[in-house]
Ligand binder design. Structure first.
Ligand code: NAP
Ligand code: ZN
Length: 395
């Protein structure tokens, strides 16, 4: 059987008895559930082709986007065409900031409560997609933005149709919304199973105008989801399937990422790898890389994917001590010979990103150790370990 082959390749037990990671974690393969209710529609002009189905969500739509990218990508014009053709009334909230704050989504929530849409069409990178999830929840629940972190609500969020214009976060297929909380000087995610978008529309053409630096930043975010998901304590046989496929597809894009030139096929591969990463972390969560990366973004404005990327080499080195076979798989699937080659690739993509002093490292490690993400990592993750990963990565 196919599965048995995968699970036997390192001499581990067969599917149905214990998973690969069970040897490194002690978890039964039967002990998991898999829930991914988002309909994924992939292909050129998919939005135009499936527009008729929007009517099932209602007659009033709130479009949620950032300032420019939705228009620039071509997705906004396609959305207007579809909404007009279906006779769906719409309003456009185009004020989503990068790394949206609670205040920013509160403003979108006010617009939604006043307009009372039946559904939300979110177009953009992870920032507009995540903001849409918060706005969809604030629209139907009488709560403050801080109340989002209860993760339990009286009313269902509005249905969301999500169209990514970056290939990175996979937010179109996750139930997470990550928002900046200035009072806590960090980013925090809220989640409920109902936050999965109803539909995710993947069309590489909407990512084609991404400049090289954003393609690299977001592309490395997708990789971090795939790798962290695969190396997570919560990985299961099913999440591994998505992670493996995504890492292999991502590996095929390395030459394009290095060169900074992207063919339609590269764009499509990156978009698919990103969605596979989203499906993976929907089940595994992320790990210490994201936990530490949030501080690099919050305090130093390092783009999310780049913040993860510069920490991943040392994360792989740490994880190798606890899950050597898994780290070897990641490198093999990427077509890289060792962790040094991985670090060279990241260095080629980003150069020097930021340097930290000892006090900053301790502060960020102290914040990260309190997160669930850190706890999902393999190995004995302490504040000292986290500070050392920062030191080895960034000083
Ligand atoms: P982003 O913050 O959404 O966008 C970054 C920049 O790219 C913005 O200036 C945006 O412009 C521009 N842009 C987007 N699409 C473009 C296009 N097609 N052409 C040209 N420019 C374009 O970046 P992101 O990395 O996709 O999202 C990051 C956010 O997602 C972070 O807040 C992160 O924490 C979150 N995240 C969420 C999840 C999840 O599961 N929900 C997972 C990982 C990360 P505009 O401002 O005009 O839009
Ligand atoms: Zn991420």
């Amino acid at each position: 059987m196919k599965h048995q082959k995968w699970y036997n390749e390192d001499g581990w037990e067969k599917l149905g008895i214990t998973s690969i990671a069970s040897h490194e974690r002690g978890m039964s393969l039967e002990n998991y559930s898999f829930f991914m209710p988002t309909k994924v529609v992939h292909g050129e002009k998919a939005l135009l082709a499936m527009g008729e189905q929007f009517a099932q969500y209602g007659k009033k739509c709130l479009l949620v986007t950032g300032r420019n990218s939705a228009r620039l990508s071509g997705a906004l014009d396609d959305a207007f065409r579809v909404l007009q053709a279906q006779g769906i009334d719409y309003r456009h909230f185009d004020e989503v900031e990068n790394n949206p704050s609670l205040e920013n989504v509160a403003r979108g929530g006010e617009v939604a409560r006043e307009y009372r849409p039946d559904f939300i069409l979110a177009i953009g990178g992870g920032s507009p997609l995540d903001a849409a999830k918060a706005i969809a929840t604030l629209a139907t629940n009488d709560i403050t933005p801080e109340g989002l972190y209860r993760n339990k609500f009286d009313h269902l969020p509005l249905p969301i149709v999500a169209i990514p214009t970056t290939a990175g976060t996979g937010s179109e297929v996750t139930p997470y919304s990550i928002l900046t909380v200035p009072e806590a000087e960090t980013k925090r995610s809220f989640t409920t199973p109902e936050l999965f978008p109803k539909v995710a529309i993947l069309d590489w053409r909407y990512t084609d105008r991404l400049p090289t630096h954003i393609t690299r930043d977001t592309g490395v975010d997708a990789l971090s989801h795939l790798v962290e998901g695969y190396l997570s304590r919560r990985a299961t046989g099913i999440s591994d399937t998505f992670a493996e496929q995504g890492i292999k597809i991502w590996g095929e894009c390395i030459p394009a990422l290095r060169k900074g030139e992207f063919s339609p096929v590269d764009r499509e591969r990156l978009l698919v790898a990103s969605a596979l990463g989203g499906i993976t972390i929907s089940h595994t969560g992320t790990t210490l890389v994201h936990a530490l990366g949030y501080s690099l973004t919050y305090y130093h404005d390092v783009p999310h994917g780049r913040a993860n990327g510069v920490l991943m080499g040392e994360y792989l080195r740490f994880t190798e001590k606890h899950a050597p076979q898994r780290v070897k798989h990641v490198l093999d699937w990427l077509g890289l010979s060792d962790i040094d080659e991985f670090k060279d690739l990241i260095n080629h993509l980003f150069g020097e990103v930021v340097t930290l002093d000892r006090g900053e490292m301790e502060l960020y490690a102290g914040k990260a150790i309190k997160t669930n993400n850190a706890a999902y990592s393999q190995g004995d993750v302490t504040e000292g370990v986290l500070a050392q990963i920062l030191a080895d990565s960034l000083s």
